[in-house]
Design a protein around this ligand. Structure first.
Ligand code: NAD
Length: 331
């Protein structure tokens, strides 16, 4: 089985490559295309770079010629497309690169996948394409797309292109839409690793607005098993929502991380005094919550990692990997 992974040096992509190697061992061949932006880090894959069944291409997915050359050389059976600009705040400050990478880059990959006759193309997407919920209700796969940020609009555009390639050209496509992930190797601009980093460096922890916006959190390993289920069993042309039924307000997440950090490092002085409420993010979605009954019922997937366990292990991972944390911040 030959899998072409894009964005494999990022947070979820690198965890997914490790998942594939642990699950399929020598029977899998992996090619990883990654531009190594600020969010991509080859150190995430240091332990596997020598493997014969792994190749890395430092390439921009927007470079059509280079993408075609890689497809010619590797001839993938499957494409699992993670590469993206992924941070909402950056998309508000500079939407251009989000349009380039997330939309144009996806179209270039879809074209290559079509020309090389891949068995499946998985578009890794996000619950943010559905927009914002009020206090009640859940996003299902039938919820209309209603994105609010340049990031989510670019991801929704990419999803629509993937759907169009399925409808128009019969490209075998699946789209997955997952809630917020947490776990090792996440760049410390996202809420959980940023909170950990700022606790360690004694810096204020910015919390948008009143901190009451709600997100549904899933451990990255559970996201990886869900993508694997879609890879093997997902019905062609279908969308699968992935979520943890694990809703938290941002402020409660920050307080939880602070509490656990202060228990692990009792002498550190880490406390809620580090919290700094800042002006709300523009167009800040109020609540995301995923109905993942389709993937649970159809593909038999369910999350295995409790939040209590997952968050404790995640904090310990960042504490044990401070060199990694410092290196990505100073990259
Ligand atoms: N992090 C989450 O909570 C979450 C939740 C749902 C869906 N997603 C989606 O999952 C995917 C991966 O997210 P992540 O959090 O791992 O992102 P990330 O920002 O950690 O990693 C993105 C990777 O893509 C690479 N990349 C960016 N632009 C590129 C380009 N033009 N060419 C080649 N490589 C490029 C980066 O170098 C990086 O390695 C994204 O598509 C994102 O939309 C993320």
């Amino acid at each position: 089985m030959k899998c072409l992974i894009t964005g494999g040096a990022g947070f979820i992509g690198s965890n997914f490559i490790n998942h594939l190697l642990n699950t399929y061992s020598d029977s899998i061949h992996i090619a990883n295309i990654d531009k190594l932006t600020y969010a991509g880090n080859s150190a995430n894959l240091e332990s596997i770079k020598h493997l014969e069944n792994y190749s890395f291409y430092k390439t921009d997915i927007c470079n059509k010629t280079a993408v075609k050359e890689i497809f010619t050389e590797f001839d993938p059976d499957y494409v699992i497309h993670f590469a993206a600009e992924s941070h909402v705040d950056r998309s508000i400050n500079n939407p251009d690169i989000f349009v380039q990478t997330n939309i144009i880059g996806t179209q270039i990959l879809l074209d290559a996948a079509l020309n090389f006759g891949v068995e499946k193309f998985i578009q890794i997407s996000t619950d943010e394409v559905y927009g914002s919920l009020g206090t009640n209700g859940y996003f299902t796969e039938k919820t209309p797309l209603d994105p609010n940020s340049p990031y989510s609009a670019s991801k929704a555009s990419a999803d629509l292109l993937a759907k169009a390639y399925y409808e128009t050209y019969d490209l075998p496509v699946n789209i997955t839409r997952c809630s917020n992930n947490y776990g090792p190797y996440q760049f410390p601009e996202k809420l959980i690793p940023l909170t950990i980093l700022n606790c360690l460096s004694g810096k204020n922890i910015p919390v948008y607005g009143n901190g009451l916006n709600v997100r549904d959190w899933l451990h990255v390993d559970d996201h990886c098993t869900a993508i694997d289920a879609v890879l093997n069993k997902g019905r062609i042309g279908e969308v699968y929502n992935i979520g943890g039924n694990n809703e938290w307000t941002n402020i409660d997440i920050v307080k939880l991380v602070i509490r656990q950090m202060s228990e692990i490092l009792p002498e550190s002085g880490i406390s809620e005094e580090l919290i700094e409420y800042v002006e709300d993010r523009k167009g800040h979605d109020w609540r995301y919550a995923i109905d993942s009954s389709k993937i649970r019922n159809e593909l038999g997937w369910k999350p295995q990692i409790t939040f209590e366990d997952g968050i404790r292990k995640t904090i310990h991972w960042y504490l044990d990997n401070r060199e990694w944390l410092n290196s990505v911040v100073n990259k």
